[in-house]
Write a protein that binds this ligand. Structure first.
Ligand code: ADP
Length: 460
């Protein structure tokens, strides 16, 4: 495109200005020839001496050659008689013939750095053609102007073409280089090197693509980290009870003389470890379900009913631990959530509150409206959690005190399930130590619209 424009830019102005020059030459030379012809038309016959007298009065400085012929094409006056002229100037046959036939003739051409123009018109006297006037002009000044215009345009075009070529090459190189960089990055990430980042700070679309790919790589790296940690934690969690089971069963097998009571005790321990394994795998399954969003179903659920049910299921455990359960549940606390998730949340919180309580301790549950939210609070009178560990208790497989938790046979997954389930259902959960001792877990959900109506009903 640039080349096409440059060619047009070089050809069009030169041709146009040359045509303009030819036009102006045509009119000026024909005018001058008419002037000569009208001066000569006073003569009846064109004869050398009389024509010479008339012509010496005329101004012919601009012209290279002026001659006058009679009807028979004999030159009766020629201002270059003494000078050498070019062959072309000396061969005016065609023009003279055309003029004697009654035509005004003009030819012009730009050649060899000069504009050569020829004008020839008939001399008419008394209504008949008595001869012809021929003018010849050889103009180098105007031709030089056109030539310099041509050269100027050519040099501008050359500079433009070279710059366009250089800029094109540079842009092409830069784009190809950046595209290669992006491709290398994508291939690296695709090959599993998630720490690969594309070093492109461009502000254009390519820069944006690089930024997005880097964000994607960040996310992949994060997920990969979580996955690896999860797999190693999970396998560690499963390995411990399996190792215990292997050890206990080996002891029974290898020890022939083991008394019945010890065997029973060992088998009982094996059973407990197997139970723990089952619990961990079930909780892992729970987490996977939450992760894969399998339980997408949401409906309006009365949280009070779910809470009462969960507490009922934990009464036996509370009795065993000698922990008293109490609750104060407001009515019509409706939230839009998955009922199974809500059950899991409350069950895990209350189970922990019993498990980590002291003998003779208490667990109290509160459920109430606060603005457009529904708040669920589980208080206990246990030992609480050291303040510096409060931030970690919701992490997967995290246990505050490994030895104590081992005794309590916890997996460290209960609160992770609570957090994931709460977040999935649009709520928030917080843990804090109570000033009077023990812990407080507070879960908050936006109240469902139906709940709002019930509240208004209640107020009225
Ligand atoms: P676990 O299966 O060990 O109970 P959780 O994820 O439910 O796992 O809890 C993580 C840790 O947080 C527990 O090991 C325990 O130390 C601490 N924790 C949870 N709830 C309470 C509570 N009510 N009182 C004191 N500590 C608690």
């Amino acid at each position: 495109m640039i080349l096409g424009c440059l060619i047009a830019m070089n050809v069009f102005p030169v041709v146009k200005s040359r045509d303009l020059l030819f036009d102006s030459k045509c009119s000026s030379m024909l005018n001058q020839a008419s002037l000569y012809a009208s001066s000569l038309s006073t003569l009846n016959v064109l004869q050398a001496d009389e024509v010479g007298k008339v012509m010496t009065l005329m101004d012919d400085q601009r012209l290279s050659r002026v001659f006058v012929t009679d009807r028979e094409k004999h030159i009766v006056y020629d201002n270059t008689v003494q000078q050498d002229e070019s062959a072309e100037a000396l061969a005016p046959e065609r023009e003279v013939e055309m003029a004697l036939a009654g035509n005004n003739v003009f030819f012009s051409q730009l050649k060899a750095g000069a504009v050569s123009s020829r004008a020839c018109i008939p001399v008419i006297s008394g209504g008949s053609i008595i001869g012809a006037v021929y003018l010849y002009e050889y103009d180098t000044a105007q031709a030089a102007l056109i030539e310099s215009l041509r050269l100027n345009l050519l040099s501008i075009s050359l500079i433009t073409a070279i710059s366009a070529l250089l800029v094109g090459l540079l842009l092409g190189y830069l784009i190809a280089h950046r595209t290669r960089m992006i491709l290398t990055g994508i291939r690296g990430i695709g090959a599993g090197r998630y720490d690969t980042r594309i070093e492109d700070r461009g502000l254009d679309e390519l820069g944006e693509i690089s930024g997005e790919i880097n964000l994607l790589a960040d996310r992949l790296q994060q997920i990969e980290g979580v996955r690896q940690r999860f797999v190693s934690d999970a396998s560690h969690e499963l390995k411990t009870p399996l190792a215990a089971i292997t050890l206990l069963s080996d002891s029974i097998v290898q020890n022939d003389g083991m008394d019945k009571a010890t065997v029973r005790e060992f088998v009982y321990d094996i059973g407990r470890e197997a139970e723990r394994l089952a619990r961990v795998t079930q909780q892992l399954q729970e987490l996977t379900k939450l992760d894969s969003k399998a339980r997408e179903l949401r409906e309006d659920v009365d949280l009070g009913k779910v809470a009462a049910e969960a507490m009922k299921m934990l009464l036996t455990l509370a009795d065993q631990k000698d922990v008293t359960l109490s609750s104060n549940l407001a009515e019509k606390c409706i939230v839009r959530a998955n009922p199974d998730d809500l059950h899991q949340i409350i069950f895990n919180l209350v189970e922990n509150a019993i498990k980590y309580n002291v003998t003779g301790g208490k667990v109290n549950m509160l459920l109430y409206h606060l603005g457009d939210r529904v708040e669920l609070v589980v208080d206990d009178t246990g030992e609480g959690v050291p303040p510096d560990k409060l931030g970690s208790i919701f992490d997967r497989f995290y246990r505050v005190d490994e030895s104590r938790s081992g005794e309590q046979s916890g997996s460290g997954l209960g609160l992770a399930i609570v957090r994931d389930a709460v977040l999935k259902n649009g709520g928030t959960v917080e843990a804090a130590n109570r000033r009077e001792g023990g812990m407080r877990f507070q879960v908050s959900f936006p109240a469902a619209e139906e709940g709002e109506e019930h509240r208004r009903d209640r107020r009225s």
